[in-house]
Design a protein around this ligand. Structure first.
Ligand SMILES: C[S@@+](CC[C@H](N)C(=O)[O-])C[C@H]1O[C@@H](n2cnc3c(N)ncnc32)[C@H](O)[C@@H]1O
Length: 199
């Protein structure tokens, strides 16, 4: 299998704003899983804590590998302030932004070669998110409203140019061996050197 090399590319963290525990549990979990699977290095559930999401993410990282940073409850303003202070860029995904296909916004983001905090909303986001105090770029994955999960997936895939889809995850206990048909998963028994068992 062709190994992926996203190592030298800037790191991307995803900030999920506006999570409503009863309503958004499944979707926020999918946003976090999408972030991990498509090459982001971390996920921040801002302003609120949800133990169910933390538990799911920890379990996925334990079984399927990492590293992947998870954080919750930190106020979004603090995250953005600290991110910018460290020299990172902030990209807000919004249907109202510069179209990723018809503008040069992705080239401008890449040209900075900085780590990126990608903000996705759920409910209507604060107007401040659009301002330059918060977002260096407002990026639209097409100018039609759809989903935070879909917009994040397309952004990550375009940013990493597909390389993230071949990424190796460190310390994985479970590894899928791609098949034309059916399922093949191997489980690492203890460490790299030990025999792998098919399950
Ligand atoms: C389901 S939308 C809800 C938006 C909300 N009704 C509003 O008016 O702001 C939730 C999130 O999905 C993302 N999103 C939806 N459509 C998008 C698009 N076309 N491009 C980029 N992001 C999008 C944005 O991050 C948005 O905050």
């Amino acid at each position: 299998m062709k190994a992926s090399n996203t190592k030298n590319l800037p790191k991307i963290f995803v900030l999920r704003w506006g999570h409503r525990p009863k309503r958004d549990l499944r979707l926020t979990t999918h946003v976090a899983l999408t972030a991990r699977a498509l090459g982001a290095s971390g996920f921040i559930l801002s302003d609120i804590e949800d133990e169910k999401i933390k538990t799911t993410l920890e379990k996925v990282v334990k079984n399927w590998g990492g590293p992947f940073h998870f954080e919750m409850g930190t106020p979004w303003k603090k995250v953005v302030k600290e991110w910018k202070a460290k020299g990172g860029s902030v990209v807000h995904l919004t249907a109202y932004g510069e179209n990723i296909e018809t503008s040069d916004v992705l080239q401008r983001i890449k040209a900075l070669n900085r780590d990126i905090l990608v903000i996705v909303g759920s409910q209507k986001v604060p107007g401040e998110f659009f301002s330059e105090n918060v977002s260096d770029f407002n990026v639209a994955i097409g100018n039609q409203p759809h989903s935070e999960c879909a917009s994040l997936a397309v952004f990550l895939d375009r940013f990493f140019e597909g390389k993230e889809l071949a990424k190796n995850f460190m310390g994985a206990k479970l590894i899928i061996i791609p098949q034309r048909r059916g399922k093949k998963v191997i489980r690492k028994v203890n460490s790299e050197s030990e025999i792998r068992k098919e399950i």
